[in-house]
Design a protein around this ligand. Structure first.
Ligand code: AMP
Length: 187
């Protein structure tokens, strides 16, 4: 089973992804984590993306799409993918369809964790203290939210009519969201 966790920054995608990885014996595909790792290791990619990441802007599709390709064609991970933070643009959603088709896979479930702006801001400010992420400061949070509304929200239309699409109230607490997802997946 492959599934997408979709929603604004701070919706709880990463948290729920980690639970699902355990329960489904799957792999979390967090493009944000992959990109942060490139920066940490100071790779060529890391050098190219550091400014965009710190400013809360998207990393270029070509870079993210390439990182993703490796994972989709990894036979150990086939049909065990939990996408968290990808796709974020229509171009990425189309790219994902193409790669999944080529590798004989599909998306079985899409969970849209819907959360309002003020809740997100409070959550991300808390996360800043816990995780010390350089893109979690107040100005960058607002920028990331605006980019989400302009670039990523339209991707919802792409998925909303598809089989397996579910909207979950992302303002619930972690356990309540987990229970909703588990009910749908019959876990
Ligand atoms: P995240 O950890 O998912 O909140 O992502 C943190 C940052 O990584 C984003 O603000 C972007 O700068 C970058 N990023 C992560 N995933 C993507 C993606 N799919 N496309 C473009 N940029 C991304």
């Amino acid at each position: 089973m492959n599934l997408i966790l979709f929603g604004p920054p701070g919706a709880g995608k990463g948290t729920q992804a980690k639970f699902l990885v355990e329960k489904l014996n799957s792999f979390q595909v967090s493009t944000g984590d992959m990109l942060r790792e490139e920066i940490k290791k100071d790779t060529e990619i890391g050098k190219k993306i550091i400014n965009n990441m710190n400013d809360g802007k998207f990393v270029q599709d070509e870079i993210v799409n390439k990182l993703l390709e490796k994972i989709i064609f990894d036979s150990n991970k086939k049909n065990k993918l939990i996408f968290d933070g990808y796709p974020r643009t229509i171009n990425q959603a189309k790219n994902l369809e193409i790669l999944l088709n080529k590798s004989n896979q599909k998306i079985d479930y899409i969970f849209f964790l819907n959360v309002k702006k003020d809740t997100i801001i409070k959550r991300i400010e808390r996360r800043k203290i816990l995780e010390k992420r350089s893109d979690d400061d107040s100005n960058t949070i607002l920028k990331r939210y605006d980019i989400y509304m302009h670039e990523t929200k339209p991707v919802l239309d792409f998925y909303a009519s598809k089989k397996g699409f579910y909207e979950v109230d992302g303002s619930l607490n972690i356990e309540q969201i987990t229970n909703k997802i588990d009910d749908i997946l019959k876990l």
